[in-house]
Design a protein around this ligand. Structure first.
Ligand SMILES: Cc1cc2nc3c(=O)[nH]c(=O)nc-3n(C[C@H](O)[C@H](O)[C@H](O)COP(=O)(O)O)c2cc1C
Length: 219
């Protein structure tokens, strides 16, 4: 089993999203999977160019994006993966721009324009979706985040196979809250992190065990 993880945060070390992804990959490794973490921000790539080359009747290959940039070898690698996990911070109520750009390029070639219920991805593989965000759980409904999470999760499910969501809320944003503007109480943030972030990481690890052992029921 080969599990690929994609970090959609610009922060590559120790912060929330990458930490959650590292736990997912640890979980996958613990059940014998081969794993790889790919940071999206350093890659030079753009979103779908709307060229529709992937929808032409005379295309040479189905499910392949013709754009040749630093994402192309990553998309090729995904064709051979057994499971995928995408991690992103929430930026302005959505995935980061880099994550959305990646998801456009990943999903559009596999979208079957004649039958949306079908996918051009050659197999069914499980996927995971991890969001980290500053707001606490009490604000999720009011901010309408659930529909955003579900839209992306269900798109992944349609293209690839069963998709699971893991959330980390009320995340710590800075090392030293005294140095930055914030509407949050630094002691409350620290207490929350101490009490909850370890459990979030545990859920990320458990997601990894399911992705790595193929025990997520694919549809
Ligand atoms: C540009 C920007 C926009 C953000 N917008 C939101 C937001 O809309 N909702 C939210 O809950 N957190 C928001 N955040 C906070 C991040 O989602 C949160 O701190 C996240 O855990 C950061 O992930 P990281 O530590 O992996 O970079 C924003 C942060 C930045 C830098």
């Amino acid at each position: 089993m080969k599990v690929l993880a994609f970090n959609g945060s610009p922060r590559k070390k120790k912060w929330n999203t990458v930490t959650m992804l590292e736990h997912t990959l640890e979980g996958a490794k613990s059940v014998g999977a081969e794993v790889e973490l790919i940071h999206l921000y350093p890659l030079d790539f753009k979103g779908c160019a709307s060229c529709f080359a992937c929808k032409r009747h005379d295309r040479k290959q189905t499910g392949v994006c013709v754009l040749k940039d630093e994402l192309a070898p990553v998309l090729e690698k995904i064709r051979d993966a057994d499971a995928l996990v995408v991690g992103t911070p929430v930026y302005f109520g959505s995935e980061t721009a880099c994550t959305r750009t990646f998801l456009e390029r990943l999903q559009f070639p596999y979208l079957n324009y004649q039958n949306y219920a079908d996918s051009h991805f050659p197999r069914r593989i499980p996927t995971g979706l991890i969001y980290t965000m500053n707001i606490p759980e009490s604000m999720i409904e009011q901010m309408g985040y659930e529909s955003m999470f579900e839209r992306t999760r269900s798109n992944l499910e349609r293209q690839f196979g069963a998709s699971e969501l893991v959330l980390a809320m009320n995340t710590t944003q800075y090392d030293d809250y005294d140095k930055y503007e914030t509407g949050f109480d630094k002691d409350e943030k620290a207490q929350y992190r101490e009490a909850v972030f370890g459990k979030d990481c545990r859920r990320a690890f458990e997601l990894g065990t399911r992705l790595g052992s193929g025990t997520i029921e694919t549809q």
